[in-house]
Design a protein. Structure first.
Length: 52
């Protein structure tokens, strides 16, 4: 499969759900995550997911 097409058959919602199920990992190997990165809290605050 060509680079970058591994997620071509999925919707944004499906990809987000998979990423959340994996624990919201930071994927960059070049850029370090921001200090105190909390992706789940940020998604709750912006309304993308409900508080759990």
């Amino acid at each position: 499969m060509p680079f970058g097409y591994g997620d071509a058959g999925f919707t944004h919602a499906q990809l987000r759900a998979r990423w959340i199920a994996q624990g919201c990992p930071w994927h960059s190997t070049i850029i370090a995550p921001p200090a105190r990165q909390d992706a789940r809290r940020q998604m709750v605050r912006t309304g993308l997911i409900g508080a759990a």
